[in-house]
Ligand binder design. Sequence first.
Ligand SMILES: CC(C)(COP(=O)(O)OP(=O)(O)OC[C@H]1O[C@@H](n2cnc3c(N)ncnc32)[C@H](O)[C@@H]1OP(=O)(O)O)[C@@H](O)C(=O)NCCC(=O)NCCS
Length: 148
Amino acid sequence: MFVLRPATEQDAAKIRHLVNIGKINPTGLKWQRFMVVESPQGEVIGCAQVKSHGDGSDELASLVTHPDWRGQGVARALIEHFSENHPGDLYLMCRSSLGPLYEQFGYQTVPTDELPRYFQRIQRMLGLFERLRDDGEGVLVMKRLANT
Ligand SMILES: CC(C)(COP(=O)(O)OP(=O)(O)OC[C@H]1O[C@@H](n2cnc3c(N)ncnc32)[C@H](O)[C@@H]1OP(=O)(O)O)[C@@H](O)C(=O)NCCC(=O)NCCS
């Protein structure tokens, strides 16, 4: 149906395109860190990466499924891949409406005072903009503990 594989340099533009379609953070899209999902026709239909931050925390980021492929387990395959293959704890940031999606995969919301410095800073910055939004959505930082 579809396959998961490490990204290559040829995927860099396709990853940027997916991230634009998904309307998520377009910065720090180093293809070397990405896994992509490929359709039977060879199109890149999903992607995600793990970013490492200066405070030692790692973030599951840039998760997008092409709109034509949503609801068919593409994000599930990517989330499960990183859960199984990433050696340490993993954080992620998401709109609050996506919290239940990630809870299914063992992620739990982290209280602000327990966040690594990087996420505290971003959450503070985003908090300033949240007041300007009209959809009532906040941002969650969630964490999945390393497999033991
Ligand atoms: C969020 C997104 C990545 C989900 O991708 P997907 O490939 O459709 O997800 P899957 O089909 O693998 O679904 C996995 C599980 O999450 C659930 N899920 C999917 N989208 C969801 C949503 N918007 N809200 C709540 N749960 C959701 C599914 O029900 C599924 O559970 P199930 O297997 O028990 O039915 C996709 O909608 C997307 O690209 N959105 C735009 C970019 C974005 O917001 N990325 C997340 C940044 S934090």
